[in-house]
Structures are given as structure tokens and as C-alpha cells.
Design a protein around this ligand. Structure first.
Ligand SMILES: [Zn+2]
Ligand SMILES: [Zn+2]
Length: 100
């Protein structure tokens, strides 16, 4: 029951149903279908974020001005560790929090 075993099974069988799924990708398969599944999942996650913040156009490039407008409405704040904007509710990047 290890990931390398699943991966070996998948690589041995191109018809394996785990191809084209995020699961397949997480097992380590990097075939086109698995990479696409992963990319689609990431797109979905971004769309959910857009819905949450109501800024569909902003995701392509989060400009300083966009962050400033988010900060003005209380949805972004300046991370005290690195001094950059963050959307996290705790006001600190996950990475910065760890290095605190
Ligand atoms: Zn695959
Ligand atoms: Zn930070």
C-alpha cells in the first residue's frame, strides 16, 4: 500500500482509471492526462477564490493597487514578517508564520 506501487500499476496500465485524476497525479504519475487533471483542479481552486473575493479579473495579476483595494475593504493585510500583502485571515503568510 505505497504510492510507488500505485504508480507502478498506473504506468504499467495506460487504461488505469486513475489516469486523468488528481489522485493519479498525487501518486506521481506525470502523464498528460494526470497533469491536465491537476491543472483543472488548480483552476477550480482559483475560481473558488475569485468567487470568494469577487475579483475575477484580479487573479491574472495581483497588482499592488488590487491589494491596496483589498486592504481598504479589510480583505487583505500586510504581513508583519515580509511586509507584503496577504489575503490570509491571520494576516501572515503560511510560510512567514513558520519562520516567525
Ligand atoms: Zn497518468
Ligand atoms: Zn509574509
Amino acid at each position: 500500500m505505497s504510492k510507488p506501487k500505485y504508480l507502478a500499476e498506473m504506468l504499467a496500465d495506460p487504461a488505469d482509471r486513475r489516469h486523468g485524476t488528481v489522485t493519479g497525479y498525487s501518486y506521481g504519475c506525470r502523464c498528460r492526462r494526470c497533469r491536465e487533471a491537476r491543472a483543472a483542479a488548480r483552476r477550480d481552486a482559483r475560481d473558488a477564490e475569485d468567487e470568494r473575493y469577487g475579483q475575477p479579473a484580479a487573479r491574472k495579476r495581483r497588482t499592488q493597487r488590487w491589494y491596496e483595494s483589498m486592504a481598504a475593504s479589510g480583505k487583505a493585510s500586510v504581513c508583519p514578517i515580509c511586509g507584503r500583502y496577504t489575503l490570509r485571515a491571520c494576516g501572515m503568510h503560511a510560510r512567514c508564520e513558520k519562520e516567525k
